[in-house]
Design a protein around this ligand. Structure first.
Ligand SMILES: [Zn+2]
Length: 180
């Protein structure tokens, strides 16, 4: 009966500055211009054991120009981050192929999550620059947050805890299986 259990350990580790998001194997090759301290660059890098690295980084999909990973500190189940592989912080720095691939990937996950975790709606957004709330202002990333009727109840407002019905690992497995 793990479902509906309330847990929020990610918030604590986030507040305490846990650096586990950048832990894991060392890349075999970084994308050109990568910031080695950036977890998105780390997720976009190449590894000798690609499958193991994807699991550690929670990468669920990647394209020629794009990488998609589960947010380690989710606002809701299935909270995804989608980023260009290149470490760029401004929209005008993306070329047309990158823009297009990111939009296609966002679209694909709205369909996948509607099916896989029965998401009923989505918030999709981008925080541009630190003033707007970007946690990693040097590397553009879109947030895709699945929504369900009644998920925005009093809890997030009152105690900074959120109801997550599935562990990150279980969701990563489910997405990996669905994409096979
Ligand atoms: Zn980066």
């Amino acid at each position: 009966m793990d479902q509906n259990r309330i847990w929020a350990p990610w918030r604590l580790s986030y507040l305490l500055g846990d650096k586990s998001a950048t832990a894991g194997p060392e890349p075999e090759a970084w994308v050109e211009g990568a910031d080695h301290h950036c977890f998105l660059c780390r997720a976009a890098a190449s590894y000798i054991d690609e499958a193991a690295a994807r699991r550690v980084s929670l990468v669920v999909d990647s394209g020629r120009h794009t990488v998609a990973l589960l947010n380690r500190f989710p606002y809701n189940n299935g909270h995804l981050l989608m980023a260009p592989r290149r470490h760029v912080g401004q929209l005008h720095e993306l070329n047309n192929e990158e823009h297009l691939e990111i939009m296609h990937m966002l679209t694909r996950f709205t369909r996948l999550f509607s099916d896989l975790i029965k998401a009923e709606g989505f918030n999709i957004g981008l925080n541009l620059n630190r003033t707007a709330g970007a946690g990693v202002p040097g590397h553009l990333h879109w947030h895709l947050v699945p929504r369900w009727t009644g998920d925005s109840n009093f809890m997030p407002v009152t105690c900074d805890a959120r109801v997550i019905s599935q562990s990150l690992e279980a969701l990563w497995e489910a997405v990996a299986e669905a994409r096979m």
